[in-house]
Design a protein around this ligand. Structure first.
Ligand SMILES: [Cu+2]
Length: 133
């Protein structure tokens, strides 16, 4: 019984180690400006749409500029997908450049990424799209 248990643990360790290597294999970097005009802009793209494969690991580099308002704790914007908040899709950013690794959801479809921090004029329309294929 003890031996079986140990083997199980080893197998689990091996599995998570290889998963780590796969995840680390150069995820795409997507550069996003959360701008002072309270709009999201994707560097090198005309439309604020991120296209990803299901479960794709993405590295988001977010350049944040304060709008006319910010949160008490200094957060100037956020990138939030309401239904995926508990899966890491609630990125609050202060002024400056920040990098986050996120995973696209397993279910294809259109997801709205919105700002959940009151950032001033334009806040209500501060959103972009995650298109999962
Ligand atoms: Cu906002």
């Amino acid at each position: 019984m003890v031996v079986v248990k140990r083997l199980g643990t080893l197998a689990l360790l091996a599995a998570s180690a290889s998963a780590g290597i796969v995840a680390a294999a150069s995820p795409r970097i997507i550069e996003i400006v959360a701008d002072k005009d309270n709009r999201f802009k994707i560097v090198g793209s005309k439309k604020p749409i991120i296209t990803a494969h299901a479960k794709e690991v993405l590295r988001l580099r977010i350049i944040a500029h304060k709008g006319s308002e910010m949160d008490k704790d200094g957060t100037v914007h956020s990138l939030t997908i309401k239904q995926l908040k508990d899966q890491g899709w609630d990125l609050r950013v202060k002024e400056g450049t920040h990098e986050f690794a996120v995973v696209a959801p397993p279910t294809p479809g259109e997801y709205t990424i919105e700002c959940a921090v009151k950032c001033g004029d334009g806040h209500d329309d501060m959103r972009m799209k995650l298109l999962v294929q």
